[in-house]
Design a protein around this ligand. Sequence first.
Ligand code: NDP
Ligand code: PYC
Length: 346
Amino acid sequence: MSDTHILALDEAFDFAVRVLETNGFAPDHARAISRTIWACQRDECHSHGLYRLLVCVHTLKSGKVSPDARPVITDVAPGLVRADARGAYSLLAYETGREVLIEKARKTGLAALAINHCYHFSALWPEVEAIANEGLVAMAMTPSHAWVAPHGGTKGVFGTNPLAFAWPRPNGNPFVFDFATSAAARGEIELHRRAGKPIPEGWGLNRDGLPTTDPTEAMNGAMLTFGGHKGSALSAMIELMAGPMIGDLLSLESMAYDKGAGATPYHGELILAFDPKIFMGAEHAVHSSRAEALFDAILGQGARLPSQRRYEARARNTASNAISIPRQLHEQLTAMLDPETASRPF
Ligand code: NDP
Ligand code: PYC
């Protein structure tokens, strides 16, 4: 028997929604969460794909996340909208706040969406890509739990703190990158653990502060930033900008709030949107084509653009109408569709 299970695209989405609803999430939250998890699985971003359903259900059963709180949107200033998730997952708050963010950026040139009081587990590229598809440039950042040691240290202070960026292009998909400021996302280490594989050197330290390639040791010790002091400084910036700047928690505070439950981190997220038509004015077409020249210079020497692998996976999986997940994960998630299992603690 194969190690993988294949689902059609619609089937995978419905499967995710059913797992979440059966386990207690309200339909609008189940659909908002499923949209991002499904997109990640389709684009082969496995660390934030269907496997995350396990974490969402665990977090709900830990009594942490609200399954049904409605986000509250506040128009704070001409360039700032706040989406208070009120203890639910971030995704419905993001989707509800996004339209206001876009409207504001089109008026002011630059606007921010601060999402507050949210549980946050998702990849950021679907969020910035959706804004770039509206013709805007976007950046997003968020803390997580304090798993990552600062450069030169051995104890977790920072989250895995992803930074995402998207730039719209005249023809085709936007230029997008989205990466953790740790050497790898924690989800990637967890997938290595599930698959019984060692992690590369440079990803983590054990409890004694020594380098390790054992995923469990690294998760119990400390993760490392990418690019040494540079990733460490970027990670600190994300803590500040998506923490105190928007009146929300640092990764250290999110970890303390968790009280050992092992739930999804609880904090805020900052999303910025820039309207290039306002920044570039009458010269918009000229400056956009200069950006295209930059992409040509990268591609022209055989290098690839970030998200190219992802877009290729999307095209391939869409054409074949097939999403592949590990068989063991499919079995685990299918068991969660049983109402009796759903009513038991995780
Ligand atoms: P990766 O290291 O897998 O990839 C990061 C980015 O680099 C992607 O845009 C990727 O494009 C690009 N890339 C990879 N290889 C190349 C290459 N050879 N040339 C050019 N570009 C390349 O990501 P991470 O493990 O750091 O993060 C994975 C996900 O985890 C992210 O989506 C992030 O948002 C999410 N995350 C979420 C957190 C949260 O708290 N919500 C915390 C931490 C991470 P491509 O996809 O095309 O390969
Ligand atoms: O993979 O590092 C991670 C992560 C943390 C929170 C959500 N994803």
